[in-house]
Design a protein. Structure first.
Ligand code: CDP
Length: 589
């Protein structure tokens, strides 16, 4: 590792972040004592990722200057790479990606290979997605033994149990995505798999929806179930009844979600390498079998400039666009270096990753930026700005990848990818943008997560091991102080309610801007997801929150809207439909 410069500025760390860092991220000795602090951690990450630069002769950067630039962009909380990079960069383990997809073949050997590979990935801090669609249905004959097959849902249980036993990187339990195609004969059992709370608790489940199925729903027709082992039709179901069952289960518990498989494959940049059958655990990263991807997020709220006025274009007011552009270029270089620096648990994964070199640059702190700009999340202005920012990241991100391709060569599969026929010049990375949930990163950066609205203006956060952390949104606090409304009793009241919409004593314009997840109509959640999706190569992690009183028809309408708006999938959550929520206000559900 490069020597740590003596004049590094230590980052300013909020108490929640310090807690998370010392519990999970700082390197520890054999007695569990931390052997680094935040400066040490970010220098370890910056210097080891920058060291990759040395092998590229055409690089305009010297590794030590680049390390410094990486260090500054992370410690100013402008950009953070995904958790495994923070945990493992510069360490012996060296596995830096958050997202993996593994194939599950239709044989005992292949199924248990996948269980084993998943365990290896979880150990290194990554999450795994699987499609179970190739498994023969329950009760089909098994040639070698003359017995009957258990079917996808039964095997899913084995993956779930194995995950239970392995902590990711010794710090958190593994996360999985399980996908089954809508035309698999076991689809009804799959849709009902999480009926009982606690079942398959290490899995998010999503149904892989096809265009043919959606058309059958629209026309209220039957559709065919197909046995993947024989390729033959095995029964028919009424599409609308199946869709209603999906809606019903999502209404009850939020599970399963849906992903639009054909749409994901329409955007597959490397179809010559096969079909995409699954995403990573939180749904934002579709990947080929054995592919992995590392993510990173720009903290949009860190680019807010108070009082900044661009005379030529008033819409630019309040955002440091030049700063975002510089950070994008650095972040793309960082993420591409991570592809080189990362060590993978399987050679096959390493090969697949280095063929396409996918990276996923996204955003966090979006709701905070809207608060800072005083733009309501559920407004046309917010949607317009979302598109503008993501368009900016998409085009500048692509330019950065083109620049890297000029220095280092394009991703090896570029020639057989869709890009040459689209007239897109050589890129270093098959995908560049993804919007991650940033569950932990946003705590570290002290901003709102991903593109989600705030859950509450003041709330208790349930983190690891049932601990609760109290938080008040800093922009809300500032706005209250500006109008002389800041007081402890008021904040406690807000913590109790989560929202300020019923607090008539507060000015109307304040209430209009400081909306929270439950104040926002589901359609606006969806519109926001769709706005970001329009400029994202991969997908957008987003939950459409609905009030407890939402009906099945409301969920039906959201699913339909997701389809029509071009989303790649949708996850809904009806307030109070699970007994343990990740985020809760202190008010009883
Ligand atoms: O904020 P952080 O980098 O920790 O993660 P995130 O943005 O919330 O999640 C990004 C991806 O990391 C997820 O989609 C999963 O692929 C993976 N992940 C995981 O494997 N296990 C977790 N407990 C959380 C995330």
């Amino acid at each position: 590792m490069m020597n740590m410069p003596l004049n590094l500025t230590p980052p300013v760390i909020n108490p929640n972040a310090e807690k998370v860092l010392s519990k999970r991220y700082y390197r520890k000795d054999e007695n569990g004592q931390c052997v680094e602090d935040a400066t040490g951690l970010f220098w370890r990450v910056a210097s080891s990722v920058a060291a990759e630069e040395a092998k590229y002769e055409q690089s305009p950067w010297k590794p030590d200057a680049l390390a410094r630039a990486f260090y500054d962009m992370m410690t100013d909380w402008r950009f953070l790479p995904n958790s495994p990079t923070l945990m493992n960069a510069g360490s012996e383990l060296g596995q830096l990606s958050a997202c993996f997809v593994l194939p599950v073949g239709d044989s005992i050997e292949e199924i248990f290979d996948a269980v084993k590979f998943a365990a290896m990935i979880h150990k290194s801090g990554g999450g795994t997605g699987f499609s179970f669609s190739r498994l023969r249905p329950k009760n089909s004959r098994v040639g070698t033994t003359g017995g009957v097959a258990s079917g996808p849902v039964s095997f899913l249980r084995i993956f779930n149990t194995a995950t239970e036993q392995i902590k990711q990187g010794g710090t958190r339990r593994g996360a999985n995505m399980g996908i089954l195609r809508i035309d698999h004969p076991d689809i009804l059992e799959f849709i009902r798999a999480k009926e009982q709370e606690g079942e398959f608790n290490n899995f998010n489940l999503s149904v892989g929806i096809t265009e043919a199925f959606m058309q059958a729903v629209e026309q209220d027709r039957d559709y065919a179930l197909v046995n993947p082992a024989s390729g033959k039709e095995q029964g028919r179901l009424n599409a609308r009844e199946v869709f209603n069952l999906l809606v019903d289960k999502a209404w009850q518990s939020g599970d399963p979600g849906i992903i639009f498989l054909d749409r994901i494959n329409r955007d597959n940049p490397t179809p010559a390498q096969g079909e995409i059958e699954s995403t990573n655990p939180c749904g934002e990263q579709p990947l080929l079998p054995y592919e992995a991807c590392n993510l990173g997020s720009l903290n949009l709220s860190s680019f807010f400039v108070p009082g900044h006025l661009d005379e030529t274009n008033p819409a630019d007011r309040g955002i440091d666009w030049a700063g975002i552009e510089r950070t994008i270029a650095l972040a793309v270089r960082f993420l591409d270096n991570v592809v080189d620096a990362s060590q993978f648990p399987l050679e096959r994964i390493a090969e697949q990753v280095r063929r396409n070199r996918k990276i996923g640059l996204g955003v966090m702190g979006w709701a905070d930026l809207l608060y800072q700009l005083r733009i309501p999340y559920d407004s046309a202005d917010a949607i317009t700005l979302a598109e503008r920012i993501m368009d900016f990241i998409e085009t500048r991100g692509r330019a950065a990848s083109i620049q890297l391709a000029a220095e280092r060569g394009p991703f090896p599969a570029y020639e057989t990818s869709v890009y040459p026929t689209k007239g897109i010049p050589p890129l270093r990375n098959a995908t560049i943008t993804t919007i991650a949930p940033t569950g932990t990163l946003s705590i570290l950066a002290g901003c709102s997560s991903g593109v989600e609205p705030l859950f509450a203006l003041s709330f208790a956060r349930n983190v690891m091991d049932g601990e609760r952390l109290m938080e008040v949104n800093p922009h809300f606090e500032e706005a209250l102080r500006e109008i002389d409304c800041y007081s402890q009793p008021l904040l406690e009241g807000v913590a109790e309610l989560g929202s300020i919409q019923s607090l008539d004593q507060l000015p109307e314009d304040l209430r209009r801007v400081f909306v929270t997840a439950m104040d926002i109509a589901p359609e606006w959640h969806l519109r926001m997801q769709a706005a970001f999706q329009r400029h994202t190569d991969n997908a957008v992690s987003k939950t459409v929150n609905l009030p407890n009183s939402a009906t099945r028809d409301d969920i039906f309408a959201i699913y339909w809207m997701a389809y029509e708006e071009g989303c790649k999938g949708v996850t809904v959550y009806r307030d109070g439909s699970k007994s343990t929520q990740v985020l809760t206000t202190s008010a009883p559900a």
